[in-house]
Design a protein around this ligand. Structure first.
Ligand SMILES: [Zn+2]
Length: 304
């Protein structure tokens, strides 16, 4: 296993499902804050349990804009430490509250991080929008981000249910018109039908998670037809009990159906599993061969 990890770690990788301020490695965070011992649990009580943990243990680290910048900086350095050379990470729009409610100041700070690490990593920030956000704010702030020179994508997320996403339709259209990549979190907890509806409503370029498509021929056909990439995070799905174990994970079924998949961290700080760790576990469990993982790795780097 040690040899395998060493080999995988040495390979350049992409992480395209990553929430930036939650993407630091636990040991790097603990090294930075000498007065805390951050320790994520192995399992969370679902999505709500994870949110509760974030409020109790992560949000308390954020008192100022400098703290947010520190967490994002640790996140980028953690990716670099795992030899991630291409990083698509979302920056939650709500973090502007730590910048005197100035989205402009938040985006400027993200732009500075992008420049700072340019030689080491191709960092493409996305603006993270909660599905429950007020639509007038979403359009005002979303358009600002789409038109900025810093933001490369939008990522719509939050608690999954079969909610009506049509309010975001024009924003997604504007993003496409500005060559901004579009992503939606769906199909981790919500069913395949909710994915079909989201794809038909918003026509995203990519889906974050999307694992429940495996339950439906119709959803798989639609994903194949529209060439939608699924950015899957196996350890996150297990930790949140969206799937019962890694062995039960539908990732193999989606792969065999010909779906374009990638393997990602989601929140390294919360799930404590790098891309290398996840590659190694999937090989170790006999779910993928080294060659298959290597093909997935290369596809993720090429399908930019
Ligand atoms: Zn996510």
């Amino acid at each position: 296993m040690k040899e395998l990890i060493k080999q995988l770690k040495g390979l350049p990788k992409a992480d395209v499902h990553n929430h930036l301020h939650l993407s630091g490695a636990v040991e790097m965070l603990n090294a930075h804050y000498s007065d805390i011992r951050f320790k994520p649990p192995k399992y969370y009580d679902g999505f709500d349990g994870m949110m509760h943990f974030i409020i109790q243990h992560v949000n308390t680290l954020m008192r100022s804009s400098d703290d947010v910048i520190t967490l994002m900086d640790i996140g980028i350095r953690s990716s670099i430490a795992d030899n991630v050379t291409h990083l698509e990470a979302s920056v939650d729009m709500g973090l502007a509250k730590y910048f005197d409610n100035s989205l402009e100041a938040l985006i400027k700070a993200v732009g500075e991080l992008k420049e700072k690490y340019k030689p080491e990593i191709d960092f493409r920030p996305e603006i993270g929008i909660k599905k429950t956000s007020e639509l007038d704010e979403v359009y005002r702030d979303g358009m600002f981000c789409i038109e900025s020179a810093v933001i490369d994508g939008i990522d719509l997320y939050g608690k999954e249910s079969d909610q009506d996403l049509s309010g975001f339709k024009e924003l997604f259209q504007e993003a496409r018109a500005n060559s901004i990549k579009t992503k939606i979190h769906i199909g981790e907890f919500s069913d395949a039908l909710s994915m079909v509806r989201a794809i038909e409503t918003l026509a995203p370029d990519e889906i974050q998670h999307g694992i429940n498509a495996a339950d439906s021929e119709e959803a798989i056909e639609l994903i194949l037809d529209r060439k939608i990439r699924l950015n899957i995070c196996p350890h996150s799905n297990v930790a949140l009990r969206a799937v019962s174990s890694l062995e039960e994970h539908p990732i193999r079924k989606l792969y065999e159906a010909g779906v374009n998949i990638t393997i990602n961290t989601d929140d390294l700080l919360l799930f404590n599993s790098t891309i290398t760790d996840q590659f190694a576990d999937l090989i170790q469990q006999g779910m993928f061969t080294f060659e298959e993982i290597d093909e997935i790795r290369q596809n993720a780097l090429q399908g930019l």
